[in-house]
Design a protein around this ligand. Structure first.
Ligand code: A2P
Length: 315
């Protein structure tokens, strides 16, 4: 690592989460590349891995973790491992089984954090995204508050330390908080300079949830225009002797938001964690906020008709 001190976010439970985690979603990559990415990340100083059943690579991530532990680079307790419950497994009696499968695939004994990946539910038991003959996603009707109760039981059982949500809106977060026996510790949402998501971030932080940003670099490579090509970002980066990616990540950190950049490239993995030894000024933060155009990249349009689709609300 850069030798500088990594930030941690303190969750309501009192446990701490390293403020940078490696996003392990890598749709086009081979198992070998995922293993290399995780190994590079831990060797570069990452202590937080963000996983999900949907990514369908938890076995590969688990191989890397096992090697790192056997090689003496790390022990289990030094890692913060999160994963996510997929939409086809919200029925309360499927929650524990899904979590147990993730724990077994990763080979880690327990999770530090388990999130409901989305508020919507899809038909249980088949494909990750079940569709009818016309191609429409087949929904299921499970109340996410019932799913939450099953997640709470998993905490009681010691399978996971903290639980939270991902891609929920403010009203849905409030509904969980009002009903919860065990409060949500974390929300993971899309946030970057093009989608500041500042109202939701401040709302969640004011209610005691830690916030982590998915797609913090606005997924360069997947779209025609790249956030990292923005002149404002480039100019600040030049001034600070940092890369545009480092500035984009630092922008979130300075809002108290954790970042989960994805990469399978060892050089960029190391670059992305080298963000704890510089500071953006108030004016620079303001300039970066001015890039906001509420541009959502992960909108899950295929389930827009679901009654719990989160992005119809104001925030
Ligand atoms: P690669 O795996 O080749 O490094 P996000 O986390 O916002 O979704 O962005 C993920 C994408 O950003 C990946 O395609 C990744 O490609 C690329 N990426 C990750 N880190 C950097 C970086 N420091 N500079 C440029 N591109 C990056």
């Amino acid at each position: 690592m850069s030798g500088s001190h990594q930030f941690e976010l303190t969750m309501k439970s009192g446990r701490k989460m390293p403020a940078i985690g490696l996003g392990t979603y890598a749709p086009k990559e081979s198992e070998g590349e995922v293993i290399t990415a995780v190994k590079s990340a831990v060797r570069a100083g990452y202590r937080h891995l963000d996983c999900a059943a949907l990514f369908r690579n938890e076995v590969a991530v688990g191989h890397a973790i096992k090697h790192l532990i056997v090689e003496g680079v790390i022990n289990r307790q030094q890692l913060f491992i999160s994963s996510k419950l997929w939409n086809t497994c919200h029925q309360p009696d499927l929650v524990r089984t899904s979590l147990k499968k993730t724990i077994s695939d990763l080979g880690v004994g327990y999770l530090d954090l388990y999130l409901m990946h989305w508020p919507m539910t899809y038909k249980e038991g088949g494909d990750f995204v079940p569709r009818d003959e016309s191609g429409k996603v087949i929904f299921s009707d499970v109340d996410f508050l019932d799913t939450w109760k099953a997640l709470e039981d998993c905490v009681d059982e010691g399978l996971v330390h903290d639980i939270g949500v991902s891609n929920f809106n403010s009203k849905q977060v409030l509904a969980i908080q009002n009903a919860a026996r065990i409060a949500p510790s974390n929300i993971q949402i899309e946030a970057h300079c093009w989608l500041s998501n500042v109202r939701l971030i401040e709302f969640c932080q004011s209610r005691g949830l830690t916030v982590t940003a998915l797609s913090p670099l606005a997924s360069p490579g997947n779209f025609q225009t790249h956030l990292l090509d923005e002149k404002v970002l480039k100019d600040i980066a030049t001034k600070k002797n940092k890369s545009p990616a480092q500035v984009a990540l630092r922008f979130l950190l300075q809002q108290g938001v954790g970042v989960l950049p994805k990469s399978t490239n060892p050089t960029r993995i190391a670059e992305n964690i080298n963000i704890f030894n510089f500071e953006l000024s108030k004016d620079e933060m303001q300039l970066l906020f001015s890039l906001n155009k509420n541009q959502r990249l992960n909108s899950e349009e295929i389930s827009r008709d679901h009654k719990y689709y989160p992005f119809c609300e104001d925030f």
